[in-house]
Design a protein. Structure first.
Length: 315
C-alpha cells in the first residue's frame, strides 16, 4: 500500500511530454493530411491522461484531497475535457457495487442492456440496439469519446457535484482551446477530419481499456449483495499479459486487485496478485483471469446472450 512517488513522477512526466509533443507536432505538421496520424497519436495520449486521472482520483498518487482534486481537474477537465467531479462520483458508486444492476451506473440500461431482465424491460433505443448489441458494441465505442464529454457537461446540472462553476469553467477552457487550435491551424475539411478521427479513436481506446474489467462477468440485483471480497472478486476479470498489456491498459488489467485495494498504487497491483489469488483459492472463491482477446470474446458473448429475449420477440 506504500506510495510510489518516483514511479508517478516518471509516469506523469512521460504522459505530459507525450501530450505536449503531440500538440507541438500538430502545429508543425499543419495543413496536411498527415495531421490524421497526429490525431491517432493524440487519441492515445488523451486516454493515457485519463488513466493518470483515474489513479489520481483513487488517491494512489497523493494522500491529501486538495492536491488530488487540483491535479484531477487540471488533467481531466482542462487537459482532455473529461469532467473530474462527474467521473469521480460515478466511479465511486461503481466501486461500491460493481455490476449491481440498480446500484452500479456502469451497468445501468442506458443504450446497452446487461442482463436478460433489463432486456425484457427495455424500451426505445436500448430495445432496438439490444437485439444486435454484441455486433454493435465496438462500432458504438467510436462515439464513446463524445459521450464522455457530453456526460460531463450534463452533470454540471447536478447539485451533488462539488465546485460545479470551476468544473464548468475548466471544461469551457478545454473545448474553447481545442476548437480554436483546430480551426486556426487547419482548414475546415481537415479540422473536421481531425476531430472525427481523434474523438473516435479516443472513445474506442477508452472502451477497449474498460470493457475487459467487468463486461460479461456476473451481475447482481436487488438484495443480492455478497460480502466485500466476493462482491469485488466475482464481478471482476483480470487480463494476463506482460509490460505492453500493463502499459496499454494502465494497470487496470489487475482489476480484481484494484477493486479490493482501490488506493493501492498501480505498479504494486502485480505484486499483490499472487497473494490475492492464493487467498481466493484458500476460500474457494473463483478468481477469473483471461487473455485480452478472450476477455473481449467473453464480453461480446454475454452481450449477445442477454439480447436473446429481444431477438425472440421479433418472431
Amino acid at each position: 500500500m506504500n506510495r510510489r512517488p518516483i514511479y508517478y513522477v516518471v509516469r506523469l512526466s512521460l504522459v505530459g511530454i507525450a501530450f505536449l509533443a503531440g500538440c507541438a507536432v500538430f502545429v508543425l505538421v499543419g495543413d496536411s493530411w498527415w495531421t490524421l496520424a497526429v490525431a491517432a497519436f493524440m487519441a492515445v495520449a488523451f486516454a493515457q491522461v485519463a488513466l493518470v486521472m483515474h489513479d489520481v482520483a483513487h488517491r494512489q498518487v497523493f494522500r491529501l484531497r486538495q492536491p488530488t482534486e487540483i491535479v484531477g481537474r487540471v488533467v481531466g477537465n482542462a487537459g482532455i475535457g473529461l469532467a473530474y467531479g462527474w467521473w469521480q462520483d460515478k466511479h465511486t458508486r461503481h466501486h461500491a457495487n460493481p455490476n449491481h444492476e440498480e446500484l452500479d451506473p456502469d451497468v445501468a440500461p442506458d443504450i446497452l442492456v446487461w442482463s436478460q431482465q433489463q432486456a425484457r424491460a427495455s424500451r426505445g433505443l436500448p430495445r432496438l440496439i439490444g437485439r444486435l448489441q454484441a455486433y454493435l458494441f465496438f462500432p458504438m465505442l467510436l462515439v464513446e469519446g463524445l459521450n464522455l464529454h457530453v456526460a460531463g457537461v450534463r452533470a454540471l446540472r447536478n447539485r451533488s457535484i462539488k465546485h460545479r462553476a470551476l468544473e464548468g469553467a475548466l471544461l469551457f477552457v478545454h473545448f474553447a482551446a481545442y476548437l480554436t487550435a483546430l480551426f486556426a491551424v487547419l482548414p475546415a475539411d481537415k479540422a473536421f477530419a481531425f476531430l472525427i478521427v481523434h474523438q473516435a479513436l479516443f472513445g474506442l481506446y477508452m472502451g477497449c481499456i474498460f470493457a475487459p474489467n467487468h463486461k460479461g462477468m456476473p451481475t447482481l440485483t436487488g438484495n443480492n449483495r455478497p460480502d466485500y471480497l466476493r462482491r469485488q472478486v466475482l464481478t471482476s476479470r483480470n487480463v494476463r499479459g506482460g509490460l505492453l498489456t500493463d502499459l496499454a491498459l494502465g494497470g487496470l488489467n489487475y482489476q480484481i486487485e484494484h477493486h479490493l485495494f482501490p488506493s493501492m498504487p498501480t505498479p504494486n497491483l502485480r505484486h499483490a496478485q499472487p497473494i490475492v489469488r492464493a487467498y481466493c483459492a484458500e476460500l474457494g472463491v473463483p478468481y477469473h483471469e483471461t487473455g485480452l482477446i478472450t476477455s473481449y470474446r467473453e464480453a461480446l458473448k454475454h452481450l449477445h446472450h442477454v439480447g436473446a429475449p429481444l431477438r425472440t420477440a421479433d418472431h
